[in-house]
Structures are given as C-alpha cells and as structure tokens.
Design a protein around this ligand. Sequence first.
Ligand code: SF4
Length: 377
Amino acid sequence: MKYIDEFNDPELAKRLLDDIHATVTRPWAIMEVCGGQTHSIIRHGIDQLIPELVEMIHGPGCPVCVTPLELIDKALAIAARPEVIFCSFGDMLRVPGSHQDLFRIKSEGGDVRVVYSPLDALRVARDNPDRQVVFFGIGFETTAPPNAMTVYQAAQLNIPNFSMLVSHVRVPPAIEAIMSSPTCRVQAFLAAGHVCSVMGTSEYPGLVEKFSVPIVVTGFEPLDILEGIRRTVHQLEAGTAELDNAYLRAAPAAGNPAARRLLDDVFEITDRGWRGIGVIPGSGWRLSPKYRAFDAEYRFQVSDIDTEESTLCRSGEVLQGFIKPHQCAAFGTTCTPRNPLGATMVSNEGACAAYYLYRRLESTPRPDGRREVASIG
Ligand code: SF4
C-alpha cells in the first residue's frame, strides 16, 4: 500500500539500525511522546533492536490515558441524566471513573452511543430536538480541529440542544513539564508527527533552546521511528540540541493554517489536569467565551465531583517514564484489557495495553547482548 509498504522495508530498516548501532557509544534516554509511536515501537520490537544503551521512555501522548479522572466522573454524571444522549468514541466507554464506566451507565439504561465522528453527534442532536445531546470531546491537537468544527457548525446551524464536554490537551506544555521535573531522565524527544501536521513546529524551538534538548518530529511507521531515533542519537552523540523534522511528508513547518485559525476561534488555552500527572499550566483547551453556550460543563453544572483514583494503579509513573508497565504489580493479573484498573490499559494507544498486547512481561539481557522478552503466557 502506498505510503505504508515503503516505510516497512526490512532492508532499509537494517541500514538505519546499523547506523544507530555504529553511532551510539553511551547510554541515552529518549521519550517518544505519542502512544501511537509507543505501539509501533513495541509491536515491531524496535526497542529490542536498537542498542541496549538506548532506552525508549514511553511518554504521556495517549489522549484516553491522560483524560483526568474528574472529567470521566463528570461524563458519567451527565450520561446518567434521563434527558441526555451521550455520544463518545468507543474507547472512552471502558475508561474507569472513580466507581464505574460509561458501559455501566449504558447497561443501567443510560442513552450512551458510540459515534465515529463528532459530526455524527451533531446529526443525532438534529434528529432529536427534544433531547440534550452531548459529545465527549477529548484528545490532543490532532482531534481538536474536527471537534472545533463541530461546535462551530452547531453555532452556525443553531442547534441549541448540542453541547460538548471538552478535555483537550496540548503537547508542548507537557514536554515543558516533563523537562522541568527534578526527576526527569529524558534527554531527547521524538515529537508526534501528526500533532505537527496540525500545529506546525513553531512551538518547539523555544523548548529546544530552554532545555538544550533535541526534538525530532517523527512519524509512526517502523522506518519513521528508526529514522527519528537515528537522527536523535546523532545529535546526542554530537552534543547538539536542535529541532529536526523527520516527517516532512506530512508535517510542514506551518502545520495546517486553516485548522489553527479554527482552533483559535473556538478554543482558548487553559490549565488542564493530566490523569496520574496533575495540573500542567496552559496545557489544555476549553471552549472560548464565544462558544461557551455549547460547553456541557457549564450547561449541566457538574461540580461537587469527588474523585477516587485506584490505589493499585501506577499509570502516572508509567506516563512519566518512571516505570515500565510490567513493573506495576497489577499488570496482567488484576489489571488486563478486559478488566482495566487504569486508562493506560484501556486505550489502543496506552503503554500498558501495548505491553499486554505484545506480551512484554520483562526485558532481560541475553548472553549475546541482545534483549530477550519473556511472555505473559
Ligand atoms: S498495569 Fe494497570 S494498574 Fe498497572 S499502571 Fe497499567 S493501567 Fe495501572
């Protein structure tokens, strides 16, 4: 398939790997920001093929994983109301709140519907003028434009029974928070290519300069990831710190200007809590005052929410790269994709789900110096 097969070529992969092995002389810790990149790395065994001296730290770039518990509980409170049709992408239905999830609300009679686009939810609102239709709008800069477009259209078409529960997050403030942590081990970043397809790269030079950290914009196919790592270790070994774009085919420096204009109109920047991490200043978007009438948090006044995080779940440590998923005692035992304790085991992009899916239980060195991975069973 065009644009897929040529980025899976084993010969080219070997050449990139040879270059990486020939370059690396010291230990380095590189964070891939996006959960999609994490899955690609684990699925293709890239972390086992690169030199042992290079550690891949799995970053917080999974929208389902970082949606704060408080917001999940607000979604549950709204979805349980009899006048509400609550629309969401499917992966949010199993994310555990303090006491239940959206599946439980649905099984108890709540009108919870899976949609494949926010515009589907808008259509539901037009078809049900006597009901309140709420869309759960979460995600990074990648899902923000269609959500913004949906709110814009709701306003243009005057659909007053539509609203959105918004929990959008932004990557650059998260990188700043990670680098500012006194326990930070990250020495370089593979930035998420699709985020840069929307936002461009203008937010990164300041971070590169402030923290002297190489940032390489990277795609998602195996060769994309290897090329991102290759460019990163060349910078690290040379002692340089620059912004580099290894995903130019999809992420121009200016991003998508039309999408950015829409985002500036519909959203405003706000502080946002990240599940397991805490509040990161300026790291989120909420609806701007012009569109506040479509904000489900205001419409339904869901305050007084008492959240209760699982005491077993260590997803916050996973999301910050302090532990690997298999180092959590609940991994694969009391926490599985069927019965997740934390959002990182639910989502397609969650690191715990990736380790479970691809049978990573532990990583031990083999006599030949390469890595061996034990399986769950
Ligand atoms: S394995 Fe489960 S309990 Fe442990 S950190 Fe991951 S999601 Fe949380």
